[in-house]
Write a protein that binds this ligand. Sequence first.
Ligand code: PGA
Length: 250
Amino acid sequence: MRKNIVAGNWKMNCDLSQTQQLISELKTGLVKEFNCELMIAPSFPFLYQAFNDTLETPIEVVAQNVCEAEKGAYTGEVSIPMLQSVGIKTVIIGHSERRDTYGETDELLASKTKAALDNGLRVIFCCGEHLEQRKSGEHVATVTEQIKKALFNLNKDEMEQVVIAYEPVWAIGTGETASPEQAQDMHAEIRAALRSQFGDEVAQHTSILYGGSVKPANAAEIFTQPDVDGGLVGGASLDAQSFLQIADAF
Ligand code: PGA
């Protein structure tokens, strides 16, 4: 069956010592087994350190972004082989901050996803609508389109290596969360789209995470929805205790 996952997206927060401090607090808090996979996504310069600091723990260190090209004249970018050389096995692709602030298009995200999968990385693919699209009732069409454009060119084996994170943009960092029903409805739509393209088995195996102001206070309610398999957590993942409380919601 599909896996439960709680992933902390640290975004552009924490310098080296803060990264190490937060990891150390997480390790101290790992006093029990959680019913989910744990991932953290620190910033690029600290991935190697974070990878080493989490060896022999259930925490997987993942990257927040990656370049679609293998090497060469791509100033400021980080390649798949570079990530792999520091132990990274999973990368977040298509976060709304990458789409909106850095202009990453569906086409670019499709090529990043394909390149990552071709090279053996697992992908957490983000999708989600803006508030206007939700208000005008276009949210399902928007998210389905994002998924079609980036993922429908994959084969079944590739799709098995993809986790989807549904993150309504209006709920990211705003303190406003999608209701459990809104999350469930969208996750069911996403799973139905996967079923139509890849068949029932792939649809049932794909973990679909919810993201957008997940907190210890709302995690359990969201995670009990049948099509919600975990969370991509921003702000609340910067506090070890609240991140572990969210993981404990499973
Ligand atoms: P948030 O961020 O939990 O701070 O809303 C979620 C995300 O952007 O992944």
